[in-house]
Design a protein around this ligand. Sequence first.
Ligand SMILES: [Zn+2]
Length: 257
Amino acid sequence: MYLLCYKHNLIHLWGYLWTHWYQNDVWLLWARSASPDEICIFKTTMLTESHWKVIKRDYLPKFFCPRLDLVTYIMINRLIPHNEMMLKKYLTGRQDPSWRKDFKHNWKQLSKKESLQTSDYLTDSERWICSCPYFLTNRFFICKYLVNNVKENISSRFFKEVQRQGVYPLLEMKANFYNNVQEIPSTEIFVEIENTLKRALQIVQGQHALSNIQWAKSINKNIEGVRKMVCDIDKYENRITNPKTWKEHNKNTIFYE
Ligand SMILES: [Zn+2]
């Protein structure tokens, strides 16, 4: 920028840029590379611009140069409650942040592009970095080389849960984003099921001792799933011939040993 101003003899422009943007104290506030350990996931100062735009256009359209106390009042009583509501929607999954849609679109576009097997760029999907020029300017930290490296195995969860982050890997690739990852079987599920059944038995026996028939009738339907499982497995164990296809199984017997 300095060289550009020098070349075109733009003394005043450089004066402005230096004072408001480029000298170290203010440069730290906006530069993406201001910290050696972390990179800002936002590419431009657009986010701040848009924050002010929303206040001006949505909340204060009728006021030109409003008083500061009015602006503060609007921010506290209108803007913050609105943002809190949106945050709740994002956290509960009722709404997706708008960048996810753009991200998916961008990803799909890049995945259609052929990437040569031998490129001169350093592409590292572990740390999620690439040395190609497109990667440097992309707002989502993606480029065709990275996308092509992993796209085959991407699961549908990926687009719902993926996060950009300021440290390596710049795109957090969780194990469950890949389709072919085998889950480590955990026997904890047995503990949970056994505990529930034990407690249920205790409750039923307690009500039996009190001869609480009304209670038994009203919860009878809740046992239906368990009853069916027991019935199916008893039938399966007493069968004469082995099922020939998976169609003869149901979910109660298919994995039963
Ligand atoms: Zn690249």
